[in-house]
Design a protein. Structure first.
Length: 157
């Protein structure tokens, strides 16, 4: 984001190790506009909403919330929660890039979660892009669990 010209970047993660890596990379690349924040992203998003913060771009790239087939319902609720809160923080015309690497969250379920999140947030959006993992991890046609990475790029109207 900084390389693309963002004036300010906030990296939020619960892992101090991950944030140390971000800080090191920012320093090595000469970016002084990147700040890190160690926090539970669910709590952080809610606090940012209470403070009426707004963002032009938000990237949600959580760890897999759904590790088993039995966890699908609970995991979808987690993805929906984080997406609703992020959508409500977008500036008009802002972009949300939302990801899932949960193999048990099929593409149709991911798309339904995105649609439900947009409706519940009350933030009209357009889908700019829908992506999956690269060719070097190409999914098998007859094996939907190999289509593990889903990325939706939404623009708030």
């Amino acid at each position: 984001a900084a390389k693309a010209g963002a004036k300010s970047v906030t990296a939020v993660d619960i892992s101090q190790t991950a944030l140390a890596s971000v800080a090191y990379s920012a320093e090595q690349n000469g970016f002084d506009c990147i700040q890190t924040m160690q926090a539970d992203v669910f709590e952080w998003l809610r606090a940012a909403r209470k403070e009426s913060k707004r963002y032009d771009v938000i990237v949600l790239d959580p760890p897999a919330f759904i590790k088993t087939k039995e966890a699908v319902k609970q995991g979808i609720a987690g993805y929906r929660d984080v997406n609703i809160n992020a959508l409500k923080l977008l500036s008009k015309g802002g972009v949300l890039i939302t990801c899932s690497c949960s193999q048990h969250l099929t593409l149709p379920l991911f798309m339904q979660m995105v649609e439900d999140s947009v409706k519940q947030a009350g933030v009209p959006c357009r889908m700019l892009e829908l992506r999956t993992q690269g060719r070097d991890h190409a999914p098998l046609v007859a094996s939907e669990e190999t289509l593990y990475l889903k990325v939706a790029v939404l623009k708030a109207d």
